[in-house]
Structures are given as structure tokens and as C-alpha cells.
Design a protein around this ligand. Structure first.
Ligand SMILES: NC(=O)c1ccc[n+]([C@@H]2O[C@H](COP(=O)([O-])OP(=O)(O)OC[C@H]3O[C@@H](n4cnc5c(N)ncnc54)[C@H](O)[C@@H]3O)[C@@H](O)[C@H]2O)c1
Length: 243
């Protein structure tokens, strides 16, 4: 396991299913955590150790992003930024919900960019900054009713490449992870019953991903060992997109 002692890892959406697994993994590897979410993550921070801090932030608010990240960076530094928060709503493409489309884009695509911009001075100062964006298999292949979500996650893959290109000279690498369905409490509700059985059958490995497997992928991309990997999207999808 990589050692993140002395490093600060900022995780957005930390109160959620994958966010919690990310926090547990990086805390176990010695990192100091800045846990960011619109929901309270104080209990999680306290459970994982005295060094960690929780910050309540609405990622739809650009001014709040700039202020919160500046505060975190000044107080704790930022070595690794994990843009994990996301909104997973679906609707048929022929029945547009404009408000939901815009909200999806603000949270899933605009916020990772603004978080990265706000974290940039601190990632530069780190000397080996890392950005990891949580995309999805839905950003790579077409999935029913995923017009807004899939487009936001596809956009995030290209944003990953652009930051990777522009910011590599600062010693910063930027990569994405694109999971299949991950067995978080919320995902299991959405993919229950026959829908879930069918979805599992369509994944070559025959199962969904576990949150800890996504955290392990992030730990690798954040590690020194992954220093040459930049602009990549690591598929964590059991082979769903290989056909
Ligand atoms: N679970 C899956 O099946 C799956 C599959 C592929 C990709 N992903 C992606 O992984 C990431 C994490 O997913 P998850 O399953 O843990 O989701 P989740 O819903 O359990 O957690 C998401 C977190 O983001 C936070 N959040 C939402 N809107 C916010 C806002 N405006 N400001 C601040 N925080 C906000 C929520 O409060 C929540 O804690 C997301 O980007 C998601 O799209 C999930």
C-alpha cells in the first residue's frame, strides 16, 4: 500500500458511498484529509482520526468553492484533489428536464474544474500534485436515459485530458476513474431487483464494483508509482465497455 504520510488529500462528496471508502483508504495510508460535502462529514472525519477536517460546501457555488479551497490550502496544503462528488439523475432524452440538466453539469463538470483551479496554487506548491476525477462508464458508452449524466461524465474525461496537458509542467498529473455501478447503498436501491440482475449479467465479471476497489484505484493514481500516468481514464468497470 502506498504511504501518504505528510500529504493532504481533499475529497469532495466525502459523505457519500464512494467518498467514505476513499476517506477510509487514504486515512489508513497516513494522509491528512479535507473532507468536503454539502452534507456534514464531521462524524466521518472524527472517526478516522484527529488530524482530519470536514468542510461543508455547495459545489454549485463558484464563490464558495474558491473561498473554501483557499482556506483548506492555506491551513493544510493540498497534495491530492479527488473530485468525487456527483449527481446521478436519469431521464429519457425525449423528455428534457432543463433544470436537472443544468444542475448535473454544474455539479459533475463545472465544479471539478473550479475545484482544480482553486486548488492549483497548492497543488503546484506540493511539487507532485495529483488530481483524480470520478467519471463513469456512462461517460464512455451510451446508456439509456443517461443524456445529462453521461454527457457530464464524458465532458469530465476531456477536462481531465486538458488539465493533464496544461498542468503537467507544474508537476501535477490529472487522471480519471470510470467505474461501472458501484455497490453503494444508493446505487443498490437504483439497481435492485430484475434491473440489477440484468445489469450484472452485462458486465463480463458478473458483478458490480465495490467502493473499496474504486478507492484502491484512486490510491494508485495518487501514488508516486503512477507519476508517468497523466490524462488517462482508468476503467474500473469489470469489462463493461470492452465490447
Ligand atoms: N455509485 C455508482 O454506481 C457510481 C458509478 C460510476 C460513477 N460514480 C460516480 O462516483 C462519484 C461518487 O458516487 P457515489 O455513488 O458515492 O454517490 P453518493 O450519492 O453516495 O455521494 C455523492 C456525494 O456528493 C455530495 N454532493 C452532491 N451534490 C453536492 C453539491 N452540490 N455540493 C457538495 N457535495 C455534493 C452528496 O452530498 C454525496 O455525499 C460520483 O461522481 C458518481 O457519479 C458512481
Amino acid at each position: 500500500m502506498s504511504d501518504f504520510t505528510g500529504k493532504t488529500v481533499l475529497i469532495t462528496g466525502a459523505a457519500g458511498g464512494i467518498g467514505t471508502a476513499l476517506a477510509e483508504r487514504f486515512a489508513a495510508a497516513g494522509a491528512r484529509l479535507a473532507l468536503v460535502d454539502i452534507a456534514a462529514a464531521d462524524d466521518l472525519a472524527a472517526r478516522l482520526g484527529a488530524d482530519h477536517r470536514a468542510f461543508q460546501l455547495d459545489l454549485e457555488d463558484p464563490v464558495a468553492i474558491a473561498e473554501t479551497v483557499a482556506g483548506i490550502g492555506t491551513g493544510m496544503g493540498i497534495d491530492v484533489l479527488i473530485n468525487n462528488a456527483g449527481l446521478g439523475v436519469v431521464f429519457p432524452a425525449a423528455k428534457p428536464d432543463v433544470a436537472l440538466w443544468d444542475r448535473t453539469m454544474r455539479i459533475n463538470l463545472r465544479a471539478p474544474w473550479l475545484m482544480a483551479v482553486a486548488a492549483l496554487p497548492f497543488l503546484k506548491a506540493s511539487g507532485a500534485g495529483r488530481i483524480i476525477n470520478l467519471s463513469s462508464q456512462a461517460g464512455v458508452v451510451a446508456i439509456d436515459e443517461h443524456a445529462a449524466y453521461g454527457s457530464s461524465k464524458a465532458g469530465l474525461i476531456l477536462l481531465t485530458k486538458i488539465l493533464a496537458l496544461e498542468w503537467a509542467p507544474f508537476g501535477i498529473t490529472t487522471n480519471a476513474i470510470a467505474p461501472t455501478v458501484v455497490e453503494t447503498p444508493m446505487a443498490l436501491v437504483g439497481w435492485s431487483g430484475e434491473k440489477g440482475v440484468k445489469a450484472r449479467q452485462e458486465i463480463p465479471v458478473g458483478r458490480f464494483a465495490r467502493p473499496a476497489e474504486i478507492a484502491a484505484a484512486a490510491a494508485y493514481l495518487a501514488s508516486e508509482d503512477a507519476g508517468i500516468i497523466n490524462g488517462e481514464t482508468l476503467m474500473a468497470d469489470g469489462g463493461f465497455t470492452i465490447r
